[in-house]
Ligand binder design. Structure first.
Ligand code: 13P
Ligand code: SF4
Length: 315
């Protein structure tokens, strides 16, 4: 899939206007709120009531009073919304949008690791299934991982599933971190050579990368930040040019919020195919058919909610 195919469905202005109108009509009919992760394609972000990172959307969904939440993102995010807001009907806008990192560990493997490290607190990145969250002490996102790890009383931490985020946290804490070997293939494929090349090409630029990147990439960047932190950083810093080492969708928000600044993607490979599965047609179809409803078995949901609530109480 090319960058263009992934990010910009070809449409006339009239087609786009018709699709938007249909989205708004259905949204009103269903009393729905549409939420979008910042990695979604621009036209999806533009019709959403709320656009944010994993942490912002989890917090917002927990508080929403609407009957239906249409989640434009990947499955673990919609599952988190359903767990935190059991009163709402949560619909995932593209049924097949799933995070491959979340599939790198299941409950059985988690139990084996827990048996090996009985003293360790289990800190689980939200990019995980509900069943894995249910077996964890506390969840974290990339925006609060350091604070969450610092908040638990244990000296030993079993950090799952992202080894790169876990390694990044280990550089910021005195705790002993055991890292499960999961990773995000989109961020982990970035290389130090690409950062060096970007610095040569844009010597004045501030280089921001996501903490899901490998250690050698983070070392060469100016900062490792979650997506919401990147948006804040770009707004607050005096730099006029930025090189961004995270999924392409974030550039849309960065450019909307900072029209006078320039943003370059660190690598054209920074596209999460799962995040790009949602088109406006999917949003419409999901609402029309009220399909792709997310349900989590009650027993799993209650335990997973405990781990998520503990995270939300931290920051
Ligand atoms: P954020 O936690 O920054 O929203 O990132 C989510 C994600 O999937 C990163 O790849
Ligand atoms: Fe999962 Fe990586 Fe896609 Fe985020 S960018 S949803 S971690 S595969």
């Amino acid at each position: 899939m090319t960058l263009h195919d992934a990010c910009s469905p070809r449409r006339t202005e009239a087609e786009l206007a018709n699709l938007r109108e249909e989205v708004f009509r259905l949204k009103q009919e269903l009393h729905a709120v549409i939420v979008s992760h910042t990695y979604q394609i621009a036209e999806v972000q533009d019709i959403a009531d709320l656009v944010g990172d994993s942490l912002e959307l989890a917090r917002a969904c927990a508080e929403l009073k609407s009957e239906t939440i249409v989640f434009c993102g990947v499955d673990f995010m919609a599952e988190t919304a359903a767990i935190l807001n059991p009163e709402a009907t949560v619909l995932l806008s593209a049924a097949a949008a799933s995070c491959p990192m979340a599939a790198m560990i299941d409950e059985g493997i988690l139990n084996e690791w827990k048996a090996k490290y009985p003293q360790a607190a289990v800190v689980t990145y939200v990019n995980s299934t509900a069943a894995v969250k249910a077996g964890s002490d506390i969840c974290c996102t990339s925006a609060n991982a350091v604070a969450v790890v610092e908040s638990v009383p244990n000296d030993e931490i079993l950090f799952i599933p992202d080894s790169n985020l876990g390694h990044y946290v280990s550089t910021k804490t005195q705790k002993s971190m055991i890292l499960y070997p999961g990773y995000c293939s989109i961020h982990a494929r970035l290389s130090a050579a690409e950062v060096i090349q970007a610095r040569r090409q844009y010597p004045e630029a501030r280089v921001l990368v996501h903490p899901e990147c490998r250690a050698e990439v983070i070392e060469l960047a100016d900062a490792a930040l979650s997506t919401s932190q990147m948006i804040r950083d770009a707004g607050e810093r005096s730099a006029k040019t930025f090189v961004i080492g995270t999924e392409e969708g974030l550039l849309h928000q960065l450019r909307l919020k900072n029209p006078e600044k320039t943003f370059h993607l660190l690598s054209p490979t920074l596209i999460c195919v799962d995040m790009k599965k949602t088109r406006l047609e999917n949003v419409i179809d999901t609402m029309k058919r009220q399909s792709n409803g997310i349900t989590v078995p009650e027993e799993v949901a209650l335990k997973a909610k405990r781990a998520l609530d503990r995270m939300l109480a931290v920051v």
